[in-house]
Design a protein around this ligand. Structure first.
Ligand code: ZN
Length: 216
């Protein structure tokens, strides 16, 4: 059962989680890559067995949380801070009022059985396409299987907006952007709107970076 105000960290119900995640407070704020940069348009490499449990991997997750917080995003993939690795993070409220927080490595999205696939329209944006939000239909449920920082198996399930987030971030790690799923006209409109609005978005991020620095 889902309860408003509930928090789930990597799928597990917890009693609460700080408004500004500790990962974000520890992380280094790194620049978010923008559509057109090579690292966003190819599949990221898998995390290897010897990388699990290392401080480098933990630092990467912290840096991703910091970038996501500064950009006021609900999800972020490693290639969005220029790192070629199968990893994404999230801090995302769904329509039931549940806040989902976590990270996953080497994630694989389950194929939905045909009967379970229900498409819903929704508004979607991307930190790497700063500015526009576009309508895009996606399945309303998603299950992602992968590993946590220490290599433990992890299964994360989402519905509604969080399902959208899990699918959007999985797309990133395959080298795809949500605008690649739009018709050509929608894609062009999104890129046009990005050019008009990106300076404003970058200014907002700079202000939030100062806010985060002040909290440390
Ligand atoms: Zn994105």
């Amino acid at each position: 059962m889902r309860v408003r105000g509930q928090v789930r960290v990597r799928g597990e119900v917890v009693s609460g989680y700080p408004e500004v995640p500790p990962e974000a407070l520890r992380g280094e704020v790194r620049r978010i890559t923008v559509v057109g940069e090579d690292v966003l348009h190819r599949r990221c490499r898998d995390v290897t067995e010897d990388e699990f449990g290392t401080p480098e991997l933990a630092r990467l997750i912290d840096d991703m949380f910091a970038a996501m917080w500064v950009a006021a995003g609900v999800g972020l993939a490693a290639n969005q801070i220029g790192v070629d690795l199968q990893a994404f993070v999230w801090d995302c409220h769904d329509e039931d009022g549940v806040r989902h927080v976590g990270h996953i490595l080497n994630p694989v999205l389950d194929d939905l059985p045909p009967g379970a696939r229900r498409l819903v329209e929704g508004t979607e944006g991307c930190l790497s396409v700063p500015g526009p939000y576009m309508e895009l239909a996606r399945p309303d449920t998603a299950v992602v299987r992968g590993r946590d920082l220490d290599g433990r198996p992890l299964v994360v399930e989402g519905r509604g907006y969080f399902a959208r987030c899990l699918q959007h971030e999985s797309d990133h790690l395959g080298g795809g952007l949500y605008i690649d799923r739009l018709a050509a006209r929608g894609r062009r409109a999104a890129l046009r709107r990005m050019e008009e609005r990106k300076a404003e978005v970058f200014a907002e991020r700079a202000a939030r970076a100062e806010e985060l620095a002040a909290l440390r």
